[in-house]
Design a protein around this ligand. Sequence first.
Ligand code: MOS
Length: 683
Amino acid sequence: MNAVGIARPRIEGRGKVTGAARYAADVPIRGLLFGSIVLSTVTRGRIRGIDVSAVQDMPGVVGVIDHTSAPRLNPKAQGVFGPDGQLLLLQDAAVPFAGWPVALVVAETLEQAQAAAAALPVTYDEDPHDTAFTADHPAGRPAVAFFDEPVDIGDVEAELAASAVVVEQRYRTPEEHCSAMEPHSATAWWEGECLEAIDSNQGPFTVAAVLATLFSLRPDQVRVRTEHVGGGFGSKGLCGPQLILAALGARRFGRPVRVTLTRAQVFLATAMRPAIDQLVRLGADADGRLRAIWHESAFEISRLAEYLEGCTELTKTLYAAPAIRTKLTAVPLDILPPFSMRGPGTAPGSFALESAMDELATRLDLDPLELRLRNEPEVGPASGLPFSSRNLVACLTEGARRFGWDQRDHQPRSRREDALLIGTGLAAASFSAGAFPSSAFITAEPDDTFTVAIGATDLGTGARTALTAIAADALAVGTERIHLEISDSALGPAWGAGGSRGTTSWAWAIAEAAAKLREQDYRGTAAVDTSRSLGDLPTHERHAFSAIFAEVSANPATGEVRVRRLLGMFAIGQVVNPLTARSQVVGGMIGGLSMALHEEGLRDPVSGRHVNADFAGYHIAAHADVPDIEADFVPDFEPGIPMGIKGAGEIGNVSTAAAIANAVWHATGVRHRSLPIRLDRVL
Ligand code: MOS
């Protein structure tokens, strides 16, 4: 390979820093109207009335659509994971959560639309609501397992009873918000019976397919393009309200309509991580060998749609034990439907498991690094399948060497610098690897270049640059001969940028298409669809691994915790682009830092509403919160996926919060089992 593995700056980097790169809200469209969404201010109930006449004559207002006037959507429309009531906007008077869109005001300018939306009188008949999540809530029931199925291996009770040491603790994490830098924006218009849109999302093909079912159109009647995307973190994996409402508005008023969410609307009406309550029981022999791992997780969902927060996935991967039991409970409430966010399941799951492992090490009087090394499994602890490649030990030992872990006095509160308490902590992580079906087309052009077309999306991670290198190597030509076309549902079925499976899925399709074109002697067009060639993946456990090391200071007078050092060693298969892959895992680690110390969506239990739906009240780690971060890769290769790739998208997030929480315990002697570790809770 010549291009894969080489550090290269982003192809579109110059366009982005000069402002030439267009995001969804930047694209000029002739005859454009602007829509402003009105969100419900009550948590549950029915709309009594919307007085459209009060705003109809305001400057620039073209019209208002609500549940009485909106075009009808297909009530049987399917979301990404099946029936999804969140898609059926403006179809009836019911209000299922605070932040539910109740009207779209359309005007000639954005400011006119916003002014009229703010003035629109909406009255409600309120019903009692329930937004108070607890693990033992009576509505709790087994979660629908799309993946992360519950396991019960061995005799967990007997192994716990026979253990020399048992740790049993609960861990809690709050609602957290994806908070991509670019707010969700869509522009939609109709060409006869065909719907066109430019949207900010993580996968234009999937989004277009959902949109087609909503508007009862054939898939080829809907085209969605994404262009540049300013982050998603899970929140742009769905067909979002901005797009559905823009399409409804365009249908109703016969002109292109652009809907861009405000920051508050991103908080209130797009995806969030659910509040989660986890119970971990670990039993071990006196020498630190695990006998039992029991991990139960309860999380809130909405009554509108299923969702699975797979907190126990890495519990079935990281450590060997003769008995493992996992269970996931979903609690339906009157809340915004939760969805994937930054290491979904594994980020909160690792906080629980890796905190409990740290507590176990303390009880055993054992180095937390040594505890992990002693429980390294030979095969998948729950599945019994071999690992395709597993380099967790290399991450742990190389990370420990670089971090200076052997200098650590394992007693808590043993290190001070002036008034500050200093501590270090570590945590291990895994994130599953795999690929989903995608199609790709490669055309040999007369000028000796190659057009590589695939419905991928670049969220800002560097996907364009990575796929160019992958295509060049697959065709055995230089990157200068590759012309990449992405970001368009018309390019055919493709997995989105999510689940750490974008690059692997697209690389698979590009590699197959390139092989076919080479068989054609580099002539004509090669078209492939990988939906039949992914069958060998379930023969092995396939995961990326990492080890995170953190050093913190805690001020005993103020409770302020600062992260002073953060180091991550990663095994992510073949690294496609060391420059952008490092940025991805560093970004993930910053997300984990933010989760550990700052991020907390707060809900008023009386009104049921978010009270900090903005960046003034919801703090995300800023530059001043982030220390120098070291991140590097150990040699790794995934034999089952073309070019040996695993995935870099989420693994940086996983276990960073646990490493920081473990470091805070080491600094202060106080164990934090609820995130974030706010300064009022530190000591
Ligand atoms: Mo990722 S949170 O699966 O977009």
